[in-house]
Ligand binder design. Sequence first.
Ligand code: BGP
Length: 477
Amino acid sequence: MSIKTQGLPEGFLWGGATAANQCEGGFDKGGRGLANVDVIPWGPDRRAIVLGKKKHLDFEDGYYYPAKEAIDMYTHWKEDIALFAEMGFKTYRLSIAWTRIFPKGDEAEPNEEGLKFYEDIFKECKKHGIEPLVTLTHFDCPMHLIKEYGGWRNRKLVGFYEKFATVVFNRYKGLVTYWLTFNEINMLLHAPFIAAGIFIEDGENKKQITHTAAHHQLVASSIATKIAHEVDKNNKVGCMVAAGDYYPFSCKPADVFASILENRENFCLIDVQSRGYYPNYLLKQLERDGITIPFEDGDKEILKNHTVDFISFSYYASRVSSEEELGKAEGNIFGSVKNPHLKESEWGWQIDPLGLRITMNTLYDRYQKPLFIVENGLGAVDTPNENGEIIDDYRIEYLRSHIKEMIDAVNLDGVELWGYTSWGCIDLVSAGTGEMKKRYGYIYVDRDNEGNGTLKRTKKKSFDWYKEVIASNGKNL
Ligand code: BGP
């Protein structure tokens, strides 16, 4: 049932989000080099590879690699942006594939064809009055940097990233003002291959390696923030966290404390990006675990002086902590204790609209910086009916209930929120499972898990619904 609300302040950035590796395809076109995300297959081995537990650095027979073609936005981008514009998007979140700009990652000169590709996209967005919101790295790392240098465990990556960021900020000056440095930076602590190009060898200390890589990404993020501000003082740079508050399973003090610890695990890296220094709880914990942070001269100043302008996050579900071992629910890479009060999606992700308001309040209380919701949505199976229509009422219901809570957080709690980009505004490859069947879009793409299909785009019922949400600035949900 539709809902009326007070709506949102004028200028609110409504839109949708995608990531290069999940929609572009064209993995070998335009001089692009190979990246970690290209060699992550669909199927039973995917998870172990994503988590850095199974080494898989090349294409191998017997596997299907969904990122190679994805939904071929590499050739369909104009048509797709026109559909976003038809929905009234004010912003479109996309990522730049690092390997289109620096195919190997360590070249002296960038690849002009790659630079031009994104320039055309940004210009097309602007033509439609759409503000691009650009993620510099959304789970991609050039394969050459992984094979030669070991991915983000190597400090040299900071310099390569700095170069990439400098080239991109200069080239797109005036076309792009909203930037995110690393997608879901906390993912790196859980899934080091997809988030940082790292495979953990037998006998290696995972925690030492992931925190070394995290330090490198934090320094790289601050350097990029510095450069972005120098190149154009209008640039706004955000951090990005896979959010979703941990609730204590019960009011037992030990459960409450467990939730504090798990929340901190999520926040620890954006604490640094937002406040400019490592929080005491993390320093103490790493010290206890015998982990050293590889500080070099000048790092502390860089972190301190170049904090982010806003906090962006993904929200799919809340989570639960308990001191006891209890039944687990599925979740965004890392699952949590199951919340008996919530329903769940077909993929077992728990559905908690109020949790979005709770998470927004937590983040705003913690950082006092503007927020940007850059991912939210329902991954579901869509089956076209006999007329070829997709009546995705379940998706509308999920989005409506979450957007309602988001509007309450703004109007009733005073949370400062710049925008909302729902995840996978057009169907794309799932990062977690590699499936096409797990769809989030307002636009259906005819393609299946094995790569069959015409790639034809079809508007779902939610397309017109979201169009009205945007047109009414959130008054009609
Ligand atoms: C986030 C990623 C996205 C996206 C989303 C949904 O972690 O930033 O890339 O894929 O989760 O997850 P999934 O694709 O596994 O359904």
